[in-house]
Ligand binder design. Structure first.
Ligand code: ACO
Length: 311
């Protein structure tokens, strides 16, 4: 019966075994994964937009090549993740339609504008740094295809984080104007980066079950704290100030204390009203429309090639 199946599944997951596409899984487990992995895929793809804005304006050929490679990596991450969603029985077209129709979420962070070159540094350092903190734990997620995709994604994310930090070092150790640009970018990206980890644990409706099924291996607040603890010394090395007057090492906890997060801003952004939500979706819809002929041509070619093989 159903309860026995659920108990067996729980034991299987508790034993650190990976769940594979053809294994039996609770419907809610499948749904949660479809939700999370598709949101993750959309985040990778929408995440290309704020950075793509700077490819043509990168300050040197070396910076341009590096940024181009990073943005291409993100397209690749999107593709692995859409494939992982397909292993759960949902067509990629449906997942993408949900995004374009504004029905699917993607990470709040990509609804903020990239105003200066320093933002490319701050994104690599903070946004990719936060993504790594979250994704390293997902390398141990219980769903096999997702866990395996994460291993490669994490390696590439480390390169992204380093390219960002290197930009920040160049600016922070450069002229006073460059340092001011770096500080301004940190000021604007710090709080939205902390929001990437999602609502605090007592307001996170999906966490408890996801932790139980080992989809998530750490809670939103645990990961946020890890990220802060790791990032504060990096800001200190740069000689930049994190825009939080409450930030303070707590000897007893062995962690940094930090100030309150503006959750109204977070919920506003994830409900579609952030500074760039409309711009991001419009850009994705336009790209999808403009790519239609390529998809049609590829499908027609595949059909012809298959026919030729039959002949
Ligand atoms: N941006 C947008 N939506 C968010 C965010 C965020 N930063 N954080 C939480 N949410 C959404 C959740 O998706 C959920 O919405 P839903 O129930 O309508 O689907 C709701 O807020 C409540 O949050 P939680 O219950 O905490 O949701 P969940 O357990 O899924 O945890 C988290 C959220 C941590 C983001 C998780 O989904 C996750 O680890 N996802 C994979 C990583 C990822 O997507 N990274 C994307 C950014 S990194 C990058 O692309 C470079």
């Amino acid at each position: 019966n159903e309860q026995e199946m659920l108990d067996k599944f729980q034991q299987y997951v508790d034993g650190e075994n990976k769940v594979e596409p053809k294994d039996w899984m609770p419907e809610a487990y499948r749904k949660t994964l479809i939700r999370q992995i598709s949101q993750h895929a959309h985040s990778e793809v929408v995440g290309m937009l704020p950075e793509a804005n700077w490819i043509t304006r990168a300050p040197s050929l070396r910076r341009k090549i590096t940024l181009l490679a990073k943005v291409q990596d993100e397209a690749g991450h999107g593709l692995y993740l859409y494939s992982a969603v397909e292993t759960l029985g949902v067509k990629r077209e449906k997942t993408i339609q949900d995004l374009l129709a504004g029905k699917a979420k993607y990470s709040s962070i990509f609804n903020y504008p990239t105003l200066t070159w320093a933002d490319i540094g701050a994104i690599g350092w903070l946004v990719d740094g936060a993504a790594i903190a979250n994704q390293v734990m997902l390398c141990r997620t219980s769903y096999g295809p997702y866990a395996r995709a994460m291993v490669r994604i994490c390696k590439e994310e480390s390169f992204h984080q380093r390219q960002g930090y290197e930009i920040m070092m160049t600016l922070a150790f450069g002229t006073p104007e460059q340092k001011a640009m770096a500080q301004d970018a940190l000021n604007r990206w710090w709080w939205p980066s902390l929001m990437m980890f999602g609502p605090s644990d007592d307001n996170s409706p999906n966490s408890a079950q996801s932790i139980k099924w080992k989809i998530k291996r750490k809670t939103n607040d645990e990961l946020r704290q890890e990220f802060i603890d790791k990032t504060v010394p990096q800001a200190e090395y740069l000689g930049l100030t994190i825009p939080d007057p409450h930030l303070k090492w707590n000897e007893e906890r062995g962690h940094y204390d930090f100030g309150p997060i503006d959750w109204d801003e977070f919920y506003n952004v994830i409900s579609g009203n952030g500074p760039c939500n409309k711009q991001r979706l419009d850009a994705r819809i336009k790209a999808h429309e403009e790519g239609r002929w390529v998809r049609e041509a590829a499908a027609a070619y595949a059909k012809k090639a298959a026919q030729r093989q039959l002949e």
